[in-house]
Design a protein around this ligand. Structure first.
Ligand SMILES: [Zn+2]
Ligand SMILES: [Zn+2]
Length: 262
């Protein structure tokens, strides 16, 4: 069976797992302290001071701030309200000392703040100057699909026979069971997640499925935002790593950031 026929046969499975995602539309500039943005100046409150790096103790750089109340209506407010903020240490000396593990709070800090007044004036560290601010002024919708490492769990099971060069592809719910040449049906052509910065959709996992568990309830956290290397933020996570902000669907103040590279 050729890849096109396989994709056609799996249409109901693909439809079931297709999710909307959005690419940010950006303009140069910082915008207001509560604006959705990459880099630039975050909203800072008396109870939510500018966080420092746990390794070098210098102020972290803002990488992303998103106004959760001002997201596409199709999301139905599922991420709650407030400003989601991600900070990260860009100092060369700190790279290699963390940043990739969710909840480690070493080189990164992610949180949801609820602005209650004007932002507290904070002396800007020179560290923040070389990352150009981009305001997020809109979102471009597209359909996203799960990355191959999630297919198994979603009921599309791949059994590779490397000796014969064959792949058995099973989807029980569709009574689909086909064996093809391995080279003719690469998993990423059946369904794959978009790389680059995006809101919602499916994470483009690099190493494997890495949804963290919520420390409060143990539940699986869900994907909120994918921050890729050198996309809107001119920074490289490890060796072209890809980062993900996740959130507990029950505890919307519980957010985590992690990244992985190949
Ligand atoms: Zn640092
Ligand atoms: Zn929870």
């Amino acid at each position: 069976m050729k890849i096109d026929e396989i994709v056609d046969s799996l249409a109901p499975w693909l439809a079931k797992h297709r999710r909307p995602a959005w690419k940010p539309v950006v303009v140069e500039g910082d915008g207001s302290p509560t604006a959705s943005k990459f880099c630039g100046t975050p909203w800072i409150g008396p109870d939510s001071p500018w966080p420092d790096c746990s390794v070098c103790n210098h102020p972290l750089s803002l990488f992303l701030q998103i106004d959760l109340s001002d997201l596409p209506g199709e999301l139905g407010g599922r991420f709650g309200t407030g400003l989601l903020q991600l900070f990260y240490c860009t100092r060369d000396d700190c790279q290699g000392y963390g940043g990739s593990e969710p909840f480690a709070d070493d080189l990164s800090r992610v949180r949801v703040v609820h602005p209650s007044g004007p932002s507290v004036a904070v002396p800007r560290s020179p560290r923040h100057k070389h990352l150009p601010a981009k305001q997020i002024v809109g979102w471009t919708r597209f359909d996203d699909l799960p990355t191959p490492c999630e297919h198994d769990e979603l009921g599309l099971v791949y059994t590779y026979n490397f000796e014969n060069g064959t792949l058995r592809l099973e989807c029980q719910e569709l009574n689909f069971d086909v064996t093809s040449r391995m080279s003719e049906c690469p998993a990423e052509e059946i369904a794959n997640s978009e790389p680059g910065d995006k809101l919602a959709g499916w994470p483009a996992w690099v190493q494997g499925v890495e949804y963290p568990s919520c420390p409060k309830c143990g539940g699986r956290m869900t994907h909120v935002f994918q921050l890729d290397s050198q996309n809107n933020v001119p920074f490289m996570f490890g060796d072209v790593g890809c980062g993900h902000i996740t959130q507990c669907p029950e505890h919307k103040e519980v957010v985590a950031f992690g990244w992985a590279c190949s």
